[in-house]
Design a binder for this molecule. Structure first.
Ligand SMILES: Nc1nc2c(c(=O)[nH]1)N[C@H]1C(S)=C(S)[C@@H](COP(=O)(O)O)O[C@H]1N2
Ligand SMILES: [Mo]
Length: 419
């Protein structure tokens, strides 16, 4: 596969690829592409230009264009024996923000219907002054908005054994990135006080699963947020309405939704979600507990599985990178299955513990190849190959798959999971 990178002549973009305006994987339905813009009918007035359009606030809460109906959350296919959650259509998204209606959902006992007027948060245990806070109390505290990714520690887990999914959504879609708004836990603890020796906090959800996890107080005092809004509006019910804990960079299950209780104590509580689940099985038979931060990872989303390159020529390879241990320093792209790597451009803003968009210009010469990306973070970590990742793990390992995703490009232009 050619790695030709001479883009000095901008006309190359169109000259080499007639179908460029249709985009990867789209069908060319327009009368003509820009590159063929020589015929007079291109300037014919379309019917929608000759009539009045639909009126304002129709509907009052806006929806995507009706031509975007296929861009939805899906359950993994084939349907799993246990429910893992709906997945974000990563291959259809642009930039770094996940729109609220497409944020993946993971819940262990369904989505509760909580009236915010009846919701309370209890802060107790090793505090000077226990608190019962209503939603009205919580929104009165000083607040902040931050862009962070959220990834389920079981994301991409099925791939650890074999190629499981076909699309970026099916394989890696337990991942989202929103602007989250709320109150720092450190602000709340100023109100309650913290007793000496309180090194851990227990967070509990109000759903049927009463999801419960122990969290180091160091994290709670560092950047943990009590979140009530996402992407500018109040939380969606499935994201924890009216209140969730948010632990930037940590595995998704610790960001307890429908948060009802925080208890401070001296030691972790050894709950079900940190003993029987969410531990990492190693090759030596032992299980690692409390592996909180998500590892450095990236995936190419355009082009990706189930898309088709229509013809030879220019394509912008684009994808997302993230690390729960800090910032993305660099992303490299390979178009030849890892034989050689080249540095991709990181799109601003490049924020810590957020998705980062990377882009890489590529001219496909029509031969088969394998597209890969690998990310480097501020912690000094490099995204591993699947082989390297599995080296120290038990064959039954399940969580924290951050291995490189290969996408196989066939001579026909068809792109498939190269695991
Ligand atoms: N109360 C409660 N909190 C929860 C869960 C749950 O089932 N109940 N699921 C957890 C898991 S496993 C993940 S990955 C994230 C998913 O958050 P999201 O549904 O907003 O994407 O929420 C976490 N918080
Ligand atoms: Mo999760």
């Amino acid at each position: 596969m050619s790695g030709q990178r001479d883009f000095s002549n901008r006309r190359n973009f169109l000259k080499n690829s007639i179908a460029i305006t249709a985009g990867v994987g789209a069908t060319l339905t327009a009368k003509t592409s820009l590159a063929q813009n020589t015929k007079a009918e291109f300037l014919e007035v379309d019917p929608w230009t000759k009539t009045q359009g639909s009126t304002f606030i129709n509907p009052p809460y806006g929806l995507p264009s009706r031509y975007e109906k296929s861009v939805v959350r899906v359950l993994p296919s084939p349907a799993p024996t246990f429910l893992t959650g709906s997945r974000t259509p990563l291959q259809n998204l642009h930039g770094i923000i996940t729109p609220n209606g497409l944020v993946f959902e993971r819940h262990h006992a369904g989505v509760p219907d909580i009236n915010p007027d009846h919701h309370q948060l209890v802060i107790h245990g090793m505090v000077d002054k226990p608190l019962i806070l209503t939603m009205e109390d919580i929104v009165r505290f000083p607040s902040e908005s931050r862009i962070y990714f959220l990834e389920c520690s079981g994301n991409s887990a099925a791939e650890l054994k074999k190629a499981s999914g076909k699309t970026a959504q099916e394989i890696h879609g337990l991942l989202s990135c929103c602007e989250w708004t709320g109150v720092r836990l450190s602000t709340i603890f100023q109100e309650s006080g913290i007793q000496p020796g309180a090194l851990w906090a227990l967070a509990e959800g109000a759903d049927g699963a009463a999801m419960t996890r122990s969290i180091p107080m160091k994290k709670m005092m560092d950047d943990a947020l009590l979140v009530y809004a996402q992407n500018g509006e109040m939380l969606r019910a499935e994201q924890g309405y009216p209140l969730r804990l948010f632990l930037p960079g940590y595995e998704g299950n610790m960001s307890i939704k429908w948060l009802r209780r925080i208890k401070l104590g001296a030691e972790p509580w050894q709950t079900r979600e940190e003993t029987s689940a969410y531990t990492d099985l190693r090759a030596d038979g032992k299980a690692l507990q409390f592996t909180f931060a998500m590892d450095v990872k990236s995936v190419i989303t355009q082009p990706s599985g189930m898309m088709k390159l229509k013809s030879k020529g220019f394509y912008e390879i684009s994808g997302i990178a993230w690390s729960g241990k800090g910032g993305i320093k660099k992303v490299e792209v390979s178009t030849n299955g890892g034989k050689s790597w080249d540095v991709a451009t990181l799109q601003e803003p490049v924020l810590d513990k957020s998705l980062v968009r990377f882009r890489y210009p590529w001219i496909w010469d029509g031969t088969p190849g394998v597209l890969m990306s690998r990310a480097f973070d501020s912690n000094g970590d490099i995204q591993p190959s699947m082989e390297a990742l599995l080296k120290d793990k038990s064959p039954n390992t399940f969580y924290h798959n951050n291995a490189i995703q290969p996408w196989r490009v066939a001579a026909s232009g068809e792109i498939t999971n190269g695991r």
